[in-house]
Design a protein around this ligand. Structure first.
Ligand SMILES: C[S@@+](CC[C@H](N)C(=O)[O-])C[C@H]1O[C@@H](n2cnc3c(N)ncnc32)[C@H](O)[C@@H]1O
Length: 349
């Protein structure tokens, strides 16, 4: 039902972004200069059928090979095509013929505008990426914008994305999350599903699924609470709260289950285009140019073993472990028990 409903909703029910009944598939972030400039080069027809819920534009894309899962009418693909430039490429995959038709109709128009042709659209089901014959370990970056909530087998999408990424590559994607598990019967409501609500993952399940697929340390980049302004839809949702969030998931073999402290630090050179003053690794790591910035082992790997390495100096190594990294949300488990004599008035024996 999921795929059929998506094809019907995005191919036939919606004629454009203004037909949406909630703000789940809308983007409110303020893009930077480079993105705003690139958006001006995207055809109006393509933009009119954009249903993304966030900006899927990670840093330092020049020369990258990018895959867009659920590329729709192609706005993100054409945007990213300009940022990867003539030495990079973007492949969009979508299952809805009407969306693909819009994306493909303007391929030549965009190639002329950019001065190069580096975008390709493929019809396919992202739950079955293995059937598309894509080479494993061949993409630097995979993006997806408001799509994974729509698919039934989310585990399959994360597993396939992990296989298709190069070591050090990342899945950078925006989607809708719920603050609890959405009752299964709501999935059969075509509007709730099509509006990206009833297929949304409970955030705790997302973390578990992503880790099981090999993405050991999911990093939240941005999030915004969503308002459900349609009274009929809100009544059916019965108090479930939704958030639109962007995560980045690195494919790095050395990532540990939690942030460990090896006494390491990085210093940002200020050389990433568009983030000259501050590099945003994630919502908790805004790294100012020139400052010695202490990092856990996982953050170190996300900077040292990825395309970001050339933009940082690295201080330290993994030789000495100093325990859990302070402030990463993981508390030391010991000494918290109510039966602990040091916590109670029990006499020492
Ligand atoms: C909310 S729209 C987002 C489209 C696009 N990412 C954008 O930002 O405009 C969801 C898209 O996911 C596609 N989709 C849903 N399920 C899919 C699947 N299993 N395989 C491929 N595409 C799928 C739909 O066809 C639709 O174009």
């Amino acid at each position: 039902m999921n795929l059929q409903n998506s094809q019907n909703y995005y191919g036939k029910v919606l004629g454009g972004s203004s037909d949406l009944r909630t703000d789940a598939c809308c983007t409110f972030e303020m893009p930077g200069d480079a993105v705003r400039k690139a958006l001006k080069n995207v055809h109006e027809e393509v933009k009119a059928r954009y249903y993304g819920c966030g900006l899927v534009v990670p840093q330092a894309l020049e020369g990258c090979r990018v895959l867009d899962l659920g590329s729709g009418s192609g706005q993100d693909a054409y945007l990213l095509a300009q940022l990867v430039g003539p030495n990079g490429s973007v492949m969009g995959v979508d299952a809805t013929p009407e969306q693909l038709a819009v994306a493909r109709e303007y391929q030549e128009w965009h190639a002329e505008r950019f001065g190069f042709a580096n975008v390709q659209f493929v019809e396919g089901d992202i739950e079955k990426l293995g059937e598309l014959g894509l080479e494993e370990g061949s993409f630097d970056v995979i993006v997806s914008n408001c799509v994974i909530n729509l698919v039934a087998d989310k585990e399959a999408v994360f597993r396939a994305a992990h296989k298709l990424l190069k070591p050090g590559g990342e899945l950078y994607f925006s989607d809708v999350y719920a603050d609890r598990r959405v009752p299964a019967h709501l999935l059969s409501d075509p509007v709730l599903h099509g509006e990206c609500l009833s297929g949304a993952l409970y955030w705790g399940d997302f973390e578990r699924i992503a880790k099981a697929a090999g993405f050991a340390d999911p990093r939240l980049v941005t999030d915004r609470p969503m308002g459900i302004n349609d009274a009929e839809i809100a009544a059916k949702l019965d108090g479930i709260n939704f958030v639109s969030a962007t995560y980045r998931l690195f494919k790095l073999a050395g990532l540990e289950p939690q942030c460990e402290d090896y006494g390491q630090a990085v210093r940002y050179k200020g050389s990433v285009p568009g983030e000259e003053r501050m590099f945003l690794l994630d919502a908790h790591h805004a790294i100012e140019k020139g400052r010695i910035f202490p990092v856990c082992g996982n953050s170190w790997l996300m900077l040292a073993e990825t395309r970001f390495a050339e933009h940082f100096e690295f201080i330290g190594d993994f030789a000495h472990h100093y325990g859990v990294f302070p402030g990463c949300g993981t508390a030391v488990p010991f000494g918290q028990s109510d039966a602990n004599p040091t916590k109670s008035d029990a006499p020492c024996c």
